[in-house]
Design a binder for this molecule. Structure first.
Ligand code: PLP
Length: 458
């Protein structure tokens, strides 16, 4: 099929996720045809380095033989088995057990979903049930963090704190509240780590006092805020927030949909942060994006409270594909890869990536470089002292993405002129260096952008 006819079919029929419908119709689709390791091939044969692992999910890289074999063997032997009616399959049982063994603290129970949004949604449902089971149904208020992303389901989108996910959608709900982000580069209290931590704790306490301490069910946060622009909290921030929540009787949910499975180094960023959340949500890297799957980790205390209160009564929450055997088989194979050598390689390549990006800090457009492991961002500004963002007239999101694409690099370009990086953990040193070289090309070309130049001179 000719690429232009594909383009017409796409324009006419596929409603793309999180896209401007008119913008997409005008720009057209870019079709990927194959991929191997950290490389993707565009229709027509051009090779690019995928510096974003698809959508921060292909942590193991493309074409991993053991993942392909796990999926195809499982489809052949048992393509589907429900978890309803007391049924199950070996891969789902083994994956639940292996995940529980590796999770922090007493997070020893696993509920499987199809992805991250329904994982977040499932936690909301379980938390509501838990509060009823415990005899505290009045704890029905939820708090999350500005710039946070917790998916786009009708409940989770209200925990998400990005305007596009609210506008026109009747969220957030009245029971969904926000506190400011730690966003060190633009925090009104400055960038001193201890001041940021103390201030965030104070803001959480103030919000709790405003709503009423006895009303709060749970607090949601990503260990690193991903879709908000890769905002990395100071070391100790997650622990301080988790401790504060527990002191106040509030459940703490770490949304590790991006940070899980080696993205920041270990299997779970929460382990590195030294915390045991009450729930952890994961997806993406769980199956390295090869097949859809998410997993909600539930603490033993919460599980037992619900189990005890409900007795013989069923928990009315589940999906046809909860614990899908093909996804579970891929999840098991992915775990083997991570624990084989991928986590270690990811750690080494992450250091190279972070150091290399720091080397771009002297570029006239670079205001901030931040990240951890194989997760990073470069924030572009017009003026390093005033931290003025790129002008809207320079269409940062589209033009930065296009320039990277032309340079043979896939990255995320956030609307406010932030470049996001999340390369596969299998990257070689050469590939990391190519990501860095191509990023410098993007920065130089952006400096030549007439709209940027006009503002810089002004
Ligand atoms: N939570 C976080 C932290 C995410 O980054 C995402 C997706 O990027 C989600 C939830 C939603 O996951 P999904 O797109 O699989 O529904």
């Amino acid at each position: 099929m000719l690429s232009n006819s594909l383009s017409e079919l796409d324009r006419a029929h596929w409603v793309h996720p999180v896209a401007s419908l008119r913008g997409h119709e005008a720009a057209g689709v870019r079709v990927l045809t194959s991929a191997k390791g950290a490389h993707v091939t565009e229709m027509g044969g051009r090779d690019l380095i995928d510096g974003f692992s698809g959508l921060w999910c292909v942590n193991a890289g493309y074409g991993q033989r053991s993942l392909i074999d796990a999926a195809s063997e499982q489809i052949e032997t048992l393509a589907y088995a429900t978890g309803y009616f007391g049924l199950g399959s070996e891969p789902a049982i083994r994956l639940a057990a292996k995940l529980a063994e590796r999770a922090p603290g007493d997070l020893s129970h696993v509920f499987f979903t199809m992805g991250g949004s329904d994982a977040v949604d499932s936690t909301i449902r379980y938390i509501q049930l838990y509060q009823h089971a415990k005899g505290t149904p009045e704890r029905d208020q939820f708090i999350s963090v500005e710039h946070g992303y917790h998916g786009s389901s009708s409940l989770g989108a209200g925990l998400t704190a990005l305007p596009a996910f609210h506008s026109g959608f009747q969220v957030p709900h009245r029971w969904q509240h926000k506190i400011p982000s730690h966003y060190a580069y633009r925090n009104p209290v400055g960038d001193d780590p201890q001041t940021i931590i103390a201030n965030s704790v104070a803001e959480l306490r103030a919000k709790v006092a405003e709503i009423g301490a006895e009303r709060i069910a749970a607090f949601y946060v990503e260990p690193i805020q991903g879709s908000g622009g890769v905002l990395v909290p100071p070391p100790g921030w997650m622990k301080a927030m988790c401790d504060t929540c527990h002191e106040l009787g509030i459940l703490f949910i770490a949304d590790e949909v991006i940070t899980g499975f080696g993205r920041t180094g270990p299997l779970f960023a929460s382990s590195e942060d030294g915390i045991t959340p009450d729930f952890i949500t994961t997806a993406k890297g769980l199956t390295s994006g090869y097949v859809p799957m998410g997993a909600v980790f539930v603490s033993d205390r919460i599980y037992q409270t619900i189990a005890e209160a409900l007795g013989e009564q069923a928990v009315g929450h589940g999906f046809t594909y909860s614990g899908h055997p093909v996804s579970a088989a891929v999840g098991l194979a992915a775990l083997d890869l991570y624990e084989g050598e991928l986590l270690e390689n990811g750690r080494r390549m992450g250091e190279r990536l972070q150091q290399g990006l720091q080397g771009l800090a002297d570029h006239p457009l670079v205001g901030d470089v931040r990240g951890r492991g194989m997760l990073a961002a470069v924030e572009l500004v017009m003026d390093k002292v005033a931290k003025t963002p790129l002008p809207a007239a320079s269409a940062p999101s589209q033009r930065l993405f296009d320039r990277a694409w032309e340079a043979g690099l896939v990255i995320r370009a956030f609307a406010n002129g932030v470049l996001g990086f999340a390369p596969p953990l299998c990257c070689t040193e050469t590939e990391i260096d190519q990501i860095l070289d191509r990023t410098r090309t993007v920065l130089d070309r952006t400096l030549d952008d007439p709209e940027v130049r006009a503002e810089m001179k002004g």
